[in-house]
Design a protein around this ligand. Structure first.
Ligand code: NAI
Length: 249
């Protein structure tokens, strides 16, 4: 039996990068996937790929900063599939180039709105649906920058540290409801977001990660499958690091 057979999964940010790899791998493992992302043509293309491989996928344009759109995403999932089993909160934006003094208030607010408040909103409404279903699993995508400091990332790092604490809070709040809540803290992973930081930044990060390279989105997806599956039945409240050894130093 496949790891996620008959699971219903909402994945935000699945039009690109890590979220996309997770959607494709979840579908291959038997999950019915509902993709919420702001990128309409890219999200539709992921659905086409999954459907062409005999998977089950559906896209709903969703901005995770907008509570009504997040509620509509969860409601559409419940009306289409009858319940929600898994949430992967992968939607996010980059946000690092200015020091704390130089970071504008608007840039700080924007990265917090998407990367922290967006995860809060998707968790909040997914948790309600999971309570209705009587069980569930949440995997949010934080970052090693929620664990260690890096210059020029005040908003992004604050948001990712917040995602880890949101995860821990919900893990202890909802354990008795049969809902597991974990997050993944990736190091530098080769995605369009990472490439936007430039080849030099990617190369520098690769040398900082003891395994000597950047990771792949599929390597993150493999961990997401495990954490979402019943194989991880005793795993909750964990910040699972996938960083080539970066935070072990
Ligand atoms: P990406 O840019 O390839 O994908 C991010 C996706 O999120 C895109 O499809 C984008 O349209 C979507 N998105 C952005 N704002 C949104 C919003 N308001 N509502 C809905 N969707 C929205 O980036 P990547 O690298 O795949 O990032 C995925 C997650 O992994 C992010 O949370 C990121 O912070 C995190 N991460 C990435 C790392 C990397 O090195 N690539 C390292 C650590 C964490």
């Amino acid at each position: 039996m496949r790891a996620l057979q008959n699971k219903v999964a909402v994945i935000t940010g699945a039009a690109s990068g890590i979220g996309r790899a997770i959607a494709e791998r979840f579908a291959a493992e038997g999950a019915a996937v509902v993709i919420g992302d702001v990128r309409e043509p890219d999200g539709a293309a992921v659905v086409e790929n999954i459907t062409a491989a005999d998977g089950n996928a559906f896209f709903l344009r969703t901005d995770v900063t907008d509570s009504a759109q997040v509620r509509a995403l969860i409601a559409a999932t419940e009306s289409r599939h009858g319940r929600l089993d898994v949430l992967v909160a992968a939607a996010g934006i980059g946000g690092g180039s200015a020091t704390t003094v130089d970071c504008s208030e608007a840039d700080f607010d924007h990265v917090i709105a998407v990367n922290l408040r967006g995860v809060f909103l998707t968790m909040k409404y997914a948790l309600s649906a999971m309570q209705r279903a009587g069980q569930g699993a949440i995997v949010s995508i934080a970052s090693v920058l929620g664990l260690v400091g890096l210059p020029r990332t005040p908003g992004y790092s604050a948001a990712k540290g917040g995602v880890i604490q949101l995860m821990r809070t919900a893990a202890v709040e909802y354990a008795q409801h049969g809902i597991r809540v974990n997050c993944i803290c990736p190091g530098m992973i080769d995605t369009p977001m990472a490439r936007a930081a430039g080849d030099l930044a990617m190369q520098q990060f690769a040398t900082l990660q003891p395994l000597g390279r950047v990771g792949t989105a599929d390597e993150v997806a493999a961990a997401a499958v495990f954490l979402a599956s019943d194989q991880a039945a005793f795993v909750t409240g964990a910040a699972f690091v996938i960083d080539g050894g970066f935070t072990a130093q």
